[in-house]
Ligand binder design. Structure first.
Ligand SMILES: Nc1ncnc2c1ncn2[C@@H]1O[C@H](COP(=O)(O)OP(=O)(O)O)[C@@H](O)[C@H]1O
Ligand SMILES: [Mg+2]
Length: 372
């Protein structure tokens, strides 16, 4: 997959721009606060209809403006396509694919496929389990509608069950009469989701390891292990009936504790993904440099799976990660296969001499100047 061109109007500090990209490596370079990440954000938005840093649409509309437009041309395995996104005021969003208006924004998600890696992703390794669940959810959602729907149902049941728990103080009778119903429904979805998480982890773990080995010259090894909240061992998660039973038991056996805590204590919203580095838990033992290469390996592996599923690589968007990686890792990072398109931002002039890029774009005050 290859992003050919983007035009943007009134997005962040970009009043109006049109930028063309090449297949292969594209570098956006310039001083801080010029609009490098802003352009990457616009590209990424066209892929998932979500920003990786704005919590609402209003934040992305250029100060003082009311209408934002992003139009992105890309080529997939079959043809040229266009995605168009508009923000009207800070509430209304419109998406079009190939000039046909989508009913919902989510209808175009996944058409243009991009994988983003930014410094915040380092928290994948060191922070709490929610970051890693988020990684799993995004990566699996990319390849499975079934997963997206199961997750939506689960979250709905969880919300219902949590509000029931909160109301149990005043109305224990209603709680006792209905809680098992919600537990049962949650357990059903939890069994499906944990099976899919387990299968996905088994599939991606060797790919992450491959990427890491390449980056570190075989010095480091990694393995991903599913730590489901049901406390079962890996393969047991393939047996949905067993997982469901286990969750029903856990949920029915802790009502008083749950009322005390004011929330559901068991379920896939408590899962973790353990990342092992050379046999040890990376969360505890990985150095800064190791965390960076691991996080990057996770992202590259996400790209490999996308290729297995759809026949070609997604576009890789790397925001400011070159300066974060050390020399050897950086060099091997740059051994990109020519069949991948990469769009990288950097504010380090030195980086430019070391990378052979198909295209360099200088960024200044929300304007983009192509060099070749
Ligand atoms: N909604 C907005 N309207 C106008 N400018 C914005 C908006 N949001 C952010 N900016 C500006 O964008 C600039 C940051 O751009 P960014 O792409 O993050 O910089 P960098 O080149 O360092 O990656 C800042 O100057 C910030 O004030
Ligand atoms: Mg930036």
């Amino acid at each position: 997959m290859y992003c050919k061109r983007i035009s943007v109007e009134n997005f962040r500090n970009i009043e109006k721009c049109e930028v063309e990209f090449s297949p292969g490596v594209n570098i956006l370079y310039g001083e801080n606060a010029q609009g490098k990440t802003n352009l990457l954000e616009a590209i990424f938005y066209s892929s998932v209809c979500r920003s990786f840093r704005a919590s609402n649409v209003g934040e992305m509309i250029k100060f003082g403006e009311k209408h934002t437009e992003i139009s992105l041309d890309y080529r997939d395995e079959r043809r040229d396509n266009n995605i168009k996104i508009q923000f009207i005021g800070d509430k209304k969003k419109i998406a079009e694919k190939n000039h046909l208006r989508a009913e919902k924004m989510s209808d175009i998600v996944g058409s243009f496929r991009a994988v983003l890696f930014c410094p915040e992703h380092l928290s994948l390794i060191k922070d709490g389990p929610s970051e890693r669940r988020n990684y799993l959810d995004i990566a699996i959602s990319r390849i499975s509608q079934k997963y997206i729907h199961a997750l939506q149902r689960y979250n709905y049941f969880l919300k219902q069950r949590n509000s029931l728990i909160k109301s149990a103080y005043h109305d224990r009778a209603t709680f006792d009469a209905t809680v098992d119903l919600w537990s049962e429904r949650m357990a059903d979805e939890a069994a499906l989701i944990s099976k899919m998480r387990y299968e996905f982890i088994c599939r991606i773990s060797p790919l992450v390891n491959q990427s890491l080995c390449r980056m570190t010259g075989e010095k480091e090894q990694t393995e991903l292990v599913y730590r489901g909240s049901a406390g079962l061992s890996g393969e047991e998660y393939l047996d949905s009936e067993k997982v469901k039973q286990r969750y029903v038991e856990l949920l029915s056996g802790s009502h008083d504790r749950e009322i005390g805590a004011g929330a559901t204590l068991w379920g896939i919203h408590k899962d973790d993904l353990e990342i092992k580095l050379n046999g040890k838990n990376a969360r505890i033992f990985a150095s800064q440099g190791q965390q960076r290469s691991l996080a990057l390996a996770l992202k590259l592996a996400e790209g490999e799976i996308t290729r297995e599923e759809f026949g070609d690589y997604p576009v890789f968007l790397f925001d400011d990660v070159l300066s974060e990686l050390d020399e050897t890792r950086r060099d091997s990072l740059l051994l990109f296969d020519t069949d991948k398109q990469v769009i990288i931002t950097t504010c380090e002039a030195g980086v430019l001499d070391r990378i052979s890029a198909q295209k360099r774009i200088k960024v200044e005050g929300g304007r983009y100047f192509e060099e070749n």
